[in-house]
Ligand binder design. Structure first.
Ligand SMILES: NC(=O)c1ccc[n+]([C@@H]2O[C@H](COP(=O)([O-])OP(=O)(O)OC[C@H]3O[C@@H](n4cnc5c(N)ncnc54)[C@H](OP(=O)(O)O)[C@@H]3O)[C@@H](O)[C@H]2O)c1
Length: 257
């Protein structure tokens, strides 16, 4: 019987989007700890992204800025990751945008603007990055793409319907790409977290609804970013090929489907 080995990503080249904090930072740390070289992507929080970079174990990591709402930025992000890392084995589509707006209080123009922006940042951008990265992966016959979706895709996002719709789209994209890319050695998966202790959730967790949010899980708490990072590494593993197409719930049994 073959022994089950712990995750090793020695010499793997990884791009983690949205690594200026939260899940992305924890994921960059976990990959670097496991021997990978990491491209740390950020959008606005440069200082925080530099903190991520300087805390990574090992060497050969780099920092890249891009707005996922901008096609040229997306092209440059993949091209620079590939040229500076010498190729790209793993793409983690983690960056995301959640705009909390009471549904009834929108005027027409801002509703359309914000809905579209959430679709672009949470779905179109990651889809384009996956397309661009997959070309190199197909050429080398190996790749892993892990998308960070959300429980909200299933449970609903009444205060951010654009976010919920985009994440549902990201899950569907994961399944389509898994089928399309399997023949080329590229596995595509997603993780669907419930609440996670990050900047994105801070306002909710610190607010009056914080206790009720924690009580959604029978564990009585929300996830730590490191727990989601571990799930991402599990999905990105060499041995995880047969998980392709999976969308793994990581929500502390707060929503069972
Ligand atoms: N926290 C939760 O409860 C929760 C639950 C389910 C799913 N998720 C998902 O987990 C992922 C990571 O979020 P997080 O919780 O770790 O929150 P976070 O710390 O706020 O991270 C969000 C990341 O997305 C980046 N980003 C936002 N808009 C962008 C844009 N236009 N272009 C490029 N990057 C952009 C941010 O970059 P800058 O900060 O540098 O601008 C940041 O690095 C997201 O996809 C989120 O939807 C989170």
């Amino acid at each position: 019987m073959t022994a089950v080995s712990p995750h090793s990503f020695t010499d793997r080249r990884v791009l983690v989007t949205g690594a200026s904090g939260g899940i992305g930072r924890a994921t960059a740390h976990a990959f670097a700890q496991a021997g990978a070289r990491v491209a740390v992507h950020y959008h606005r929080r440069e200082e925080e992204a530099r903190t991520t970079l300087s805390g990574l174990a090992g060497s050969g990591h780099l920092l890249l800025r891009a707005d996922l709402d901008d096609d040229e930025d997306c092209r440059r992000l993949i091209a620079e990751s590939e040229s500076r890392l010498g190729g790209l084995d793993i793409l983690v589509n983690n960056a995301g945008l959640y705009l909390r707006r009471p549904f009834a209080l929108h005027d027409d123009e801002s509703w359309r603007t914000e809905f579209r922006r959430q679709l672009r940042v949470n779905l179109e951008g990651p889809a384009f990055l996956a397309y661009l990265a997959a070309r190199g992966m197909i050429a080398r016959g190996y790749g892993r793409i892990v998308n960070v979706g959300s429980r909200g895709a299933y449970r609903g996002e009444p205060e951010a319907p654009g976010y919920g719709a985009a994440k549902a789209g990201l899950h569907a994209l994961t399944q389509s790409l898994a089928q399309a890319l399997a023949p080329y050695g590229v596995a595509v998966t997603a993780v669907a977290p419930g609440w996670v202790e990050t900047a994105m959730a801070e306002e909710h967790l610190r607010g009056p609804e914080g206790a009720a949010i924690r009580a959604q899980s029978p564990l009585g708490r929300v996830a730590r970013p490191e727990e989601i990072a571990r799930t991402i590494l599990f999905l990105a593993d060499d041995d995880a090929e047969y998980l392709t197409g999976s969308i793994l719930d990581a929500n502390g049994a707060s929503y069972l489907r």
